[in-house]
Design a protein around this ligand. Structure first.
Ligand code: ARG
Length: 283
């Protein structure tokens, strides 16, 4: 079972942000309720476990975006933008509460010397939260957070095929809450989160689909981080799912991220991929 990346290739790299100022300060998805506050110490401990799993067990390099007071959701770095082909496409957040993250992300990107791209037209786009690679095709989820027309501009910038799929269930408001490519051909997903056309597109482009039950989907098992054959996901996945993943040669690292589920997020939302080819197995 491959756990560490091949010695010749650089380690997979992610961006994370400590939950120092993480709270449930507003309600912009069905999981959030200001009456159900996050427990700060527990959130910090859970985040640290995830960080350590990635860095110590899976050999990933993790850069840290400095936390900022008043920006509780900055911890969900998957939404900062999309890093691809040496350019960083900065997000345009849908909700004003998160739009304040844009200048902070932009400053960080400039400090790091990333080639920053802002979308020319003002369409909403929530970065890797709504844009995931299936091989060389970028799948973009739209409706709740990202706008459909953004796919054209992404295709132009990236010179890759970009397929927009509509999300149909507001509990799964970002693509990464219900769709997780495990390698170039295999996808872990919750089909009911998509409309019929979206389901057909995904069925056409993925060779192996692993459907999850609604109960597993509600635990955010699709919001998983993939490093080679290793999958980091919320603990509590059903035995049936664990067996299916093991049967395809994947090893699950279970982490408890219950404090982040209160904001509608889990493992994948907490990282932004900085070097895709290293994180995803080439198999
Ligand atoms: N509270 C955040 C929001 O509603 C959670 C973001 C989760 N991120 C993700 N990539 N699914 O925007």
């Amino acid at each position: 079972m491959t756990v560490a990346p091949r010695p010749s290739s650089p380690a997979p790299a992610f961006l994370m942000c400590r939950p120092t100022y993480y709270t449930i300060a507003y309600e912009i998805n069905p999981w959030m309720s200001v009456k159900r506050q996050a427990h700060t110490a527990r959130a910090n401990a859970q985040w640290t476990r995830l960080y350590q799993t990635l860095t110590r067990q899976l050999g990933a390099r993790v850069s840290l975006l400095p936390p900022t007071p008043g920006l509780p959701d900055l911890v969900f770095t998957a939404n900062a933008g999309l890093m691809a082909q040496r350019v960083f496409i900065r997000s345009n957040f849908r909700y004003p509460q998160r739009q304040h993250e844009e200048p902070v992300i932009e400053r960080y990107a400039r400090e790091r010397g990333w080639r920053l791209i802002r979308l020319a037209a003002r369409y909403d786009f929530e970065g890797e939260g709504d844009a995931l690679w299936l091989g060389e095709t970028l799948i973009v989820g739209f409706r709740f957070r990202s706008d459909a027309p953004v796919h054209e501009e992404l295709a132009h910038i990236l010179a890759r095929r970009v397929l927009p799929v509509e999300l149909a269930d507001r509990r799964f408001y970002h693509l990464d809450t219900c769709f997780c490519p495990l390698d170039r051909r295999t996808v872990l997903w919750f089909p009911k989160a998509f409309d019929r056309y979206g389901r057909r597109v995904i069925e056409r482009f993925a060779d192996h689909l692993i459907d999850v039950t609604e109960a597993d989907a509600m635990r955010f098992v699709c919001n998983a981080i993939v490093v080679g054959q290793s999958i980091v996901m919320q603990q509590g996945a059903s035995d049936a799912l664990r067996r299916r993943l093991a049967g395809r040669g994947f090893r699950v690292y279970a982490v408890d991220l219950s404090e982040f589920l209160k904001a509608g997020g889990s493992a994948k939302c907490l990282v932004l991929t900085l070097n895709r080819s290293r994180a995803m197995s080439e198999a």
